[in-house]
Design a protein around this ligand. Sequence first.
Ligand code: PMV
Length: 349
Amino acid sequence: MNTSRQATGKAPEKAPEKAPEKATVRAGSNIAFIKYWGVDDATLNLPQTNSISMTLADAYTTTTLEWLEEGQAATDAITLDGVPLDERKAARLVRHLDRIRGLAATERRARVVSQNNFPMASGIASSASGFAALTVAACHALDLNWSATRLSAVARRGSGSASRSLFGGFVEWERGHDDATSVARQLHPPDHWQLYDLVAVVSGAEKAVSSEQGHQLAASSPLNAGRVASLEQALHEVRTALAECDLRRLGPVIEQDALAMHAVMMTSRPSLLYWQPGTLEIIQAIRHWREQDGVQAYFTIDAGPNVHLLCEAVDVAAVQARLGTLASVQQIIVSQPGPAPLQLDEHLF
Ligand code: PMV
């Protein structure tokens, strides 16, 4: 990340003559190969295990944030995809801004305008890109010259997966045990491997149970402990497959963890069932295309019904064409590995 500003570590206490501080940041979402599901500490957002993802170039959030002068406004004003958020909808974002205000020792309220370039209910994690962009914009606008590692810990508190969107390419979030250790790091830059993520959208409906609530249910599943115990080996396999750009090695591991995570979801109390009939149609189809026709594509699924298919450039057209023949696929979004959050000169307001 690039900022030429001087670090102050703290916002000025009173600077009425100074113009309000503003920053605009674009952050990519990410797709997890080994999932974050289940929290050890819900307050700090400490996960049960490490997770590994690819940051997406073509699914991102752009956020402009302006810190107002002290006393200028009593509340934060947040607009998301053109819609001003009411108090209830803004609550999670305001809590995150409160955290940043606490760290920076400021009382200033913010004006925030945020825009996703993908539909919110597309199965692409808007919380990952959204909290990454919000964190970086808020900290840049306060002249806090923090490292990406430190910013990843701050973003983690808003949404766990956002910690991984602080880095480009292929990223691992270390489980850790506090803010200094539960941070993300880059495994490989975006140009290490031209892997494609094709998101097959089968439903645009908003999910009934948020992942924030879902993480707290994981421990109630009898399968959770088994999944957690198996992940050390799976993480090792994914690191090796990524280092070697070996899709035939990566694919089976990511499919198994997606199924293991959904098995935990389905067997938690209460049970979470995110799948739709179309989800299963795509899983069956991809297995068939692979076995019968040699198409090298593998699936993963986040906390929703839509299916992400990972493949290399040579198979993109075939996978896209085949997905297009399935009745349940409403839309396909294609993305490659993307960069770390970028600070933009052009603001949204
Ligand atoms: O960051 P959250 O709280 O939205 O959780 C993300 C959970 C999954 O997307 C299902 C998995 C992951 O690691 O991204």
